[in-house]
Design a binder for this molecule. Structure first.
Ligand SMILES: [Zn+2]
Length: 115
């Protein structure tokens, strides 16, 4: 379950951010996960809870935002959400489009409470 490794990286990144101001406390961490990132959001949520339970990070709020797959139409430039590789453009119906989003695995924001 590689979600444990990802959860560890997220926690580390949050702690690094909190460590920039002495005595500050990590409050909230936002993560953006693309539908194609190969990450199971439930497993990640579980890993984050398991890793922080009983630690000083117990009450940190981890917000996981899942981002759908997005394609850009090569004919009309429309960016649209699609579940399948071959879905036609939602605006002009063209079937030639390229993947432009859905693979993200990003730290969206880190909220820190200063002393
Ligand atoms: Zn189009």
């Amino acid at each position: 379950m590689h979600e444990i490794g990802i959860a560890n990286s997220i926690i580390e990144a949050g702690q690094t951010e909190a460590a920039r101001v002495a005595g500050s406390k990590l409050v909230r961490v936002g993560i953006r996960i693309g539908a194609l990132a190969g990450v199971d959001c439930d497993a990640l949520r579980f890993a984050l809870t398991a890793l922080t339970q009983g630690t000083e990070l117990d009450d940190v709020d981890f917000e996981i935002q899942s981002c759908p797959r997005r394609n850009r139409c090569l004919d009309c430039d429309e960016v649209f959400v699609t579940a399948l590789y071959s879905d036609p453009c939602s605006r002009c119906g063209s079937e030639t489009s390229v993947l432009v989003g859905g693979e993200e695995l990003d730290l969206a924001y880190v909220e820190v409470e200063e002393p």
